[in-house]
Design a protein around this ligand. Sequence first.
Ligand code: CP
Length: 332
Amino acid sequence: MNRHLLSAADLDRDNALLVLDTATQLAALTDRAVKKLPTLRGRTVVNLFFEDSTRTRISFEAAAKRLSADVINFAAKGSSVSKGESLKDTALTLEAMGADAVVIRHSASGAAHRLAHSGWIGGSVINAGDGTHEHPTQALLDAYTMRHHLAGGTGDLSGRRVTIVGDVLHSRVARSNVLLLTTLGAEVTLVAPPTLLPVGVEQWPCETTYDLDSVLATTDAIMMLRVNRERMNAQYFPSAREYSRRYGLDVKRMNQLPEHSIVMHPGPMNRGVEIANDVADSARSVIVEQVTNGVNVRMAVLYLLLGGAQLGAGSELDTPDPAAAVLTEATR
Ligand code: CP
């Protein structure tokens, strides 16, 4: 593993599978009375959030705490950023406090890369979403969820067909998913109106179409993207109703999917726009499960970036606990 996780492209197939397999092993912690490992005791993880988040921020906090790290939560609102403090000075302040890892979400594409390669921070940088660019841990938790449902948990996603629908233009989730899923051998199709596909999408390693109905019957997993109204500075479609009619997933469309296929959404959802209530709450929906899996995957990322290299025979993880023993063996 690299020191940082900035893009899904940082992960080759072996490293992506290492994160997913480690997350599977760490999931065993959920069945223990004490859901904690001592791996990151004495290490400090800073959650540096310049943009709103529910799932990502909370799950990184839960993940770090389950690995016994000290966690500092920083939100731009209520900090000296609102007085005009720069990213550099904020980063230097965190470095002075001894941050071993910084999890950053920022509205500017490239902010995580800047933090990682500026020399301001000595520890690992994890991109928790930068503008319309990337959200690699979301892609990892999505792949983990697909593996669980479509490949028996630890199997292969090769040849599985994933359809990603909606506002690709403003989506960091779409780009990271296309990169990771193709690394894992899946076949990805993007579906969107022409106005919501980015310039250069033809160079992405995936298919594109404007016609959602034409791909439903061959889809193993369908991922509905949020219409990112807060990032839109123009009219990209005539109305929410028209968008929903052409690109929304309703029960009629869901029923055209193969029986085994799953419905995904990274959240937060615009219910009634890109996804109907009945679909979001249906038995095929794995949206809540995606959130649960996010904790395991983020534990795996922190574990491998900060602690994994130190593990081995005689370490804190080499204990009789079944989950810990499995992890020790896997990282030896
Ligand atoms: N999927 C996702 O990034 O959700 P949050 O914005 O709530 O973190």
